[in-house]
Design a protein. Structure first.
Length: 201
């Protein structure tokens, strides 16, 4: 069975005021359905043009996520020892890796008949973090996906996703810790840069 989890993090670009006022489950619904609709509406993206699909991800996903938070958590304590320039490089390279991952996953959905079901959330007014549960129903079956969102000054933003019991950040934490133990922060930057270069095409 094919699975396309990373693609469903992709978020629809909506106005800041509307975004700030939306409930977490409504944001995830707009994110998922809006991005898939945008991809299928574009002839080049629907035809499998990865550059165009990546553009869809960058336009509709990146503004509605907190990748800075994602990067900090994935890197862990080593983040605080990195210089501002190192932090900038880590953030940029990790974001590039994620965008391309989402684009590749989204590309596989272009010919799929996909339906989504989102569980309503009841988030206390003072809450700063929450999880939205959803189901992705496709030719491959019914897959449960959870999204973790944090409350920012501009509203709720997705920063992690649970795929079959494995949070995305946890997966990267293990890889990043291994690279840092081998070559420090610069070693991790080199690893991410090399990985992105290999997948540039």
């Amino acid at each position: 069975m094919k699975r396309y989890f990373p693609a469903f993090l992709v978020a629809a670009l909506i106005s800041t005021s509307a975004f700030a006022q939306s409930a977490p489950d409504a944001i995830v619904k707009s994110a998922v359905e809006g991005t898939v609709t945008a991809m299928k509406a574009d002839p080049q993206a629907r035809g499998g043009d990865m550059a165009k699909i990546t553009e869809v991800v960058e336009t509709h996903f990146v503004p509605a996520t907190d990748f800075q938070r994602t990067t900090r958590i994935a890197i862990g304590k080593a983040w605080t020892t990195a210089t501002p320039d190192q932090q900038k490089q880590l953030y940029e390279q990790f974001q590039l890796l994620l965008v391309r991952t989402y684009a590749a996953s989204l590309a596989q959905l272009r010919d799929q008949d996909v339906k989504f079901r989102f569980m309503p959330t009841n988030v206390p007014a003072a809450a700063k973090d929450t999880v939205v549960q959803s189901h992705v129903i496709s030719n491959g079956g019914d897959d449960a996906i959870d999204y973790r969102l944090s409350k920012t000054p501009t509203g709720w933003k997705v920063y992690d996703i649970n795929m079959m019991g494995a949070w995305l950040i946890q997966v990267y934490q293990t890889q990043f810790a291994d690279q840092i133990s081998k070559g420090g922060i610069d070693g991790l930057i080199k690893f991410l840069t090399a990985h992105n270069a290999r997948n540039a095409g």
